[in-house]
Design a protein around this ligand. Structure first.
Ligand code: ZN
Length: 474
């Protein structure tokens, strides 16, 4: 049955509108938008409706270490010393524990305004490094958590085969991440085929399909997957599904860029640009140390870049040149990555603040077409995030899934805001606190600031965190 919503105000692709009636199919897809004050039988939505944000890069298990590594071990602390703490957690988390952590995280994402997430998932084996026989419990834990929380998910099983350039064998602490290429391709193909069958089944029953869970694939990095293997696997992934989203960590650390150059004679992004593989299905995660020519090259291939300023700042990675990339019509999206904090408004705010601090100017990331920085950043990150995760979300438009946030106009952070400044308030002035309701695929998952699962989840999560901390101390 189609539901109709009579919306007080909304951000549509053409701009801000008042009084729209939006029809949503049973499967949660927008089928019609009309401009009228009210319609008989339509449910009234008071407030400001904006597109939910896709989170294009997440490692769910790392939520269990947020806040736990913020003390100094030595004067040389860096990404590489943080990684050791991350490995320690990665090596002891069990599937049931991962499911609790991920459910808690996904609920937090929804309440912060992320309505879908791409999970870059490289935990593949049991704690003793043996492969799972049959279904992979760790992959399934992520999917079960997404279903429990009601968030859209693109699961990106991630190929991870070496500890460094030159095909160096995995270290003992990386043993859970390892996978052979054929095993990886088979597992991805199985999931894609199962999703296809489910989609055809729904279509045969006349439902308009809006799968909230789909599979993509990722390569951990050029450090972890040699160039020749990556090329071969990428071509085969294309045969499995030509629309498959493909992600890779790239140029996050200078040391990695230099090692790549030593091993291959090319910088990592250069190598990808020359490979002939990059298309709009690819998402390059970080690209922190990209040269101007590389940024131009990525933009030219219509691939997305996913930045996570909160994580990049937390790990001391460096600055991404957002202004240059946007000037080249680069497609930028955001992710919560290490989950140090989980808030799309914060990611976007720091994209702009980083530029202000460097250039001693304001309003750096506004454009001639959109003078409001918050609107420009939110709208573009939502639509490019949708491209990156390969799901029809990211805008309130016919054919896209109804993934929306409703901002409470009565909330103090929105007080006095003109409609066209609503996203400026959200991004710059604490407006995340005004996210009152959240819809995913036409279903309310947050209502009046509450998620239905959060009360029951909280004590389970707290006791698990206690347990994980105790195991770590042992
Ligand atoms: Zn990452």
């Amino acid at each position: 049955m189609t539901r109709r919503y009579s919306i007080e105000s909304a951000l549509l692709p053409q701009g801000w509108v008042e009084d729209a009636v939006v029809s949503v199919s049973d499967a949660g897809v927008v089928t019609k938008i009309e401009f009228e004050a009210a319609a008989a039988g339509a449910q009234r939505i008071a407030g400001i409706v904006v597109p939910g944000m896709p989170n294009a890069h997440s490692h769910a298990f790392q939520r269990a270490m947020a806040g736990a590594t913020e003390y100094r071990l030595s004067a040389r602390d860096s990404f590489w010393t943080w990684r050791q703490a991350m490995y320690a957690l990665a090596n002891r988390i069990e599937p049931e524990q991962l499911e609790i952590v991920a459910t808690q995280l996904f609920v937090e994402m929804l309440k912060a305004g992320y309505t879908s997430v791409a999970e870059f998932h490289y935990l593949h084996r049991q704690t003793n490094a043996a492969p799972y026989l049959g279904a992979n419990d760790l992959w399934n834990a992520i999917a079960a958590a997404a279903t429990a929380a009601g968030i859209g998910l693109t699961l990106l099983p991630t190929l991870y085969q070496a500890s460094d350039f030159g095909g160096k064998p995995l270290k003992r602490e990386q043993a859970r991440f390892g996978m052979q290429t054929d095993e990886f391709l088979r597992a991805v193909a199985e999931r894609v085929n199962a999703e296809r069958r489910a989609g055809q089944g729904a279509a045969a029953q006349g439902a308009m399909v809006a799968g909230v869970i789909r599979t993509g694939a990722a390569f951990h990095s050029l450090r972890a997957v040699g160039y020749a293997s990556l090329r071969e696997a990428a071509l085969q992934l294309k045969d499995i599904d030509s629309t498959l989203p493909v992600h890779i960590h790239v140029a996050e650390q200078l040391r990695e860029v230099q090692a790549c150059k030593r091993a291959t004679g090319r910088r990592p992004i250069e190598l990808l640009l020359e490979s002939g593989l990059l298309t709009h299905r690819w998402c390059l995660v970080h690209a922190t140390h990209a040269t101007p020519a590389e940024l131009q090259g990525i933009a030219g291939h219509a691939a997305t870049v996913c930045v996570s300023i909160s994580t990049e700042a937390n790990l001391g990675d460096g600055f991404f040149d957002t202004k240059r990339f946007l000037q080249a019509d680069g497609r930028l999206c955001i992710g919560s990555d290490s989950q140090a904090t989980v808030c799309p408004a914060e990611e976007l705010r720091w994209l702009e603040y980083q530029q202000r601090l460097r250039r001693k100017r304001r309003g750096v990331l506004a454009s001639t077409a959109e003078s409001h920085v918050g609107t420009r950043l939110w709208r573009d990150a939502a639509i490019h995030g949708a491209q990156a995760i390969g799901q029809a979300v990211g805008a309130i438009a016919v054919g896209r899934r109804a993934d929306w946030l409703v901002l409470d106009r009565a909330h103090p952070t929105m007080a006095g805001s003109a409609l066209d400044a609503a996203l400026d308030h959200l991004v710059f002035a604490g407006g995340s606190a005004a996210i009152r309701d959240v819809m995913v695929a036409g279903r309310w998952v947050v209502k009046d600031f509450r998620h239905a699962a959060e009360a029951a989840l909280q004590p389970r999560f707290a006791s698990l965190m206690q347990q994980l901390a105790t195991t770590a101390a042992r």
